[in-house]
Design a protein around this ligand. Structure first.
Ligand code: APR
Ligand code: ZN
Length: 256
């Protein structure tokens, strides 16, 4: 039965002209990066209430906690390699059909796989940069972590304005980059196929995108390992691991 669904989804991909691919942490677990809500995921190991933007702003001890959390997770992201699902998304782009790649992920694996940076909309930012929360200056992450190691500090501050530095990811309570969010909703409203890969679709506003695409008449395909609140509006549900499932979809697409 799943093969039939793969065949139909591949035909829709072949007929599509403006595809939006929307990804979550589930596309990167096969690359060795834990997701957030699967058993053993990030939120079973860290208290997300301590890692909000408001807490970070409020006190040095929360900034220390946040940097410890971020630095503990960074090596897996730095060393991870894209998997077959990331490469399948690159193939969609190379077919000329990709309108946008909207990701909730901060790991940079789409760009590492070869997705064009100008096609990638990082709704929740990136671990590969650091920003000053007061003057918005931005650094490569390596520069700041090298400075932290050299100076033996665990909470860095801006050399220009003294503001607190934080990795350029969007914490709970922090607003998403407005221009990126606007572009993501624009593409969702103007696509003819919306492919979601590896998201629990529980964090808004990102989770609103599939329904927005449906309202605009797009067909919806979901590749995921577990249920989501939006399963009922998906035209095709491909329950399975992102790597092999996306690879099977693109293999069928290539035969058309
Ligand atoms: N293949 C397919 N699906 C997978 C795989 C896999 N190999 N591994 C995990 N999944 C599925 C899980 O079943 C789950 O439904 O991917 C989904 C991942 O969901 P979350 O862990 O909630 O990640 P995500 O949806 O990206 O979370 C959104 O929440 O905490 C915030 O900022 C964080 O960007 C994140 C946001
Ligand atoms: Zn500053």
């Amino acid at each position: 039965m799943k093969d039939e669904r793969i065949r139909v989804a591949a035909r829709w991909l072949h007929e599509a002209e403006r595809v939006v691919v929307f990804t979550g942490a589930g596309i990167s677990t096969e690359s060795g990066i834990p997701d957030f809500r699967s058993p053993g995921g990030v939120w079973s190991r860290y208290n997300q209430d301590d890692l909000t933007y408001q807490r970070f702003r409020s006190h040095e001890r929360y900034r220390k906690l946040y940097w410890e959390y971020d630095r503990a997770r960074f090596p897996a992201m730095r060393d991870a390699q894209p998997n077959a699902a990331h490469h399948a998304v690159v193939e969609i782009e190379r077919s000329g059909r990709l309108a946008a790649l909207v990701t909730q992920n901060i790991d940079g694996l789409h760009q590492k796989a070869g997705s064009s940076p100008d096609k990638v909309l990082e709704l929740h930012g990136t671990v590969h940069a650091v920003t000053c929360l007061d003057c918005d200056r931005r650094w490569n992450r390596e520069e700041i972590t090298a400075r932290m190691e050299a100076e033996g500090i665990d909470v860095p501050y801006c050399e220009h304005c003294g503001g607190p530095l934080k990795c350029a990811t969007i914490a709970f309570g922090q607003s998403l980059p407005a221009d990126v969010l606007d572009q993501a909703f624009h593409h969702a409203r103007h696509c003819d196929l919306f492919l979601t890969v590896g998201s629990s679709l529980v964090v808004q506003p990102a989770a609103l995108l599939p329904a927005e695409a449906r309202r605009a008449g797009a067909k919806l395909v979901l590749i995921n390992l577990s249920d989501t609140p939006y399963d009922a509006i998906m035209d095709i549900l491909l329950i399975g691991k992102a790597g092999p499932t996306a690879a099977a979809l693109l293999a069928e697409f290539a035969r058309l």
